[in-house]
Design a protein around this ligand. Structure first.
Ligand SMILES: CCCc1ccc(-c2ccc(S(=O)(=O)CCO)cc2)cc1[C@H]1C[C@H]1c1ccccn1
Length: 238
């Protein structure tokens, strides 16, 4: 494994997030707050030091793309402005490996919250499916807040959020009954998106919950549609 000081944490958090995502929305602790076709979005209402830090879990099924393609476009900084509408600036501070980056993002001000930035490592990996050999491998992309010497200290300026986010994707193929080639019509990608965002500074709880209720469904819908459009008519990446 690459000898980088962040690597042990990247390994640990990525695998923890994979297990957390695979728990699904069992246990009755998750409250469904948005639904749109196959997309179901759940939250838990939690406060830390009086700040709403509502864990969010979304499940979605997208036809015609693979988990590798979905996590690739989620990870890739080059296309982030194509789908992330709340982004104002983004800088790759360090390229640890071709699947591991440190990124600084400045988000647009979302009333009534003051403007915020996010500093996090971003990692994408294939996880061989050791249980069901017929199934495709699982792909996970994980973003987790970190420190970095290249990041501005932000004294008195921007509020820095802390976040842990993962996108876990499982592809299934229904081969054509006539034994023909597998096309995108035979692909289904099951997605679990998890996020825990601490706003890092005071935001009225009701206002923050209204922002999430509006922004998260829009974000996941727009992102998954972007990937479908990008992949349409392109060779399949398994
Ligand atoms: C006061 C909280 C401000 C705030 C902090 C953080 C984020 C945020 C950062 C990263 C990620 S991601 O999934 O890693 C995709 C890469 O950008 C998602 C969300 C969004 C908002 C605000 C802008 C709102 C928002 C909420 C949910 C989804 C998108 N935007």
């Amino acid at each position: 494994a690459p000898a980088h000081p962040l690597w042990p944490e990247i390994e640990r958090v990525t695998l923890e997030q994979l297990q957390y995502a695979r728990l699904g929305v069992e246990g009755g602790v998750w409250q469904l707050f948005a639904e749109d076709g196959e997309m179901k979005m759940y939250k838990r209402e939690e406060e830390v030091d009086g700040l709403a830090v509502d864990p969010l879990k979304a499940v979605h099924t997208v036809k015609g793309v693979t988990g590798r393609e979905m996590t690739h476009y989620f990870f890739s900084p080059d296309v982030r402005f194509e789908w992330e509408t709340t982004l104002e600036q983004m800088k790759v501070l360090e390229t640890i490996a071709d699947d591991t980056l440190v990124i600084l993002q400045i988000h647009k001000r979302v009333w009534p919250a003051s403007q915020r930035d996010a500093l996090f490592w971003s990692h994408v990996r294939r996880v061989p499916n050791d249980t069901d050999r017929d199934a495709q491998d699982i792909w996970i992309a994980c973003n987790h807040s970190t420190e970095h010497h290249e990041a501005p200290s932000n004294e008195g300026k921007m509020v820095r959020v802390s976040l842990t986010v993962c996108l876990v994707c499982q592809t299934s193929i229904e081969p054509p009954s006539d034994g023909g080639p597998v096309t995108r019509d035979h692909l289904t990608c099951k997605i679990t998106y998890c996020s825990v965002v601490n706003p890092g500074g005071w935001v009225p709880t009701s206002a923050l919950r209204a922002v999430y209720k509006r922004e998260y469904p829009k974000f996941l819908k727009r992102f998954t549609q972007y990937v479908k459009d990008r992949c349409d008519k392109q060779p399949i990446l398994f």
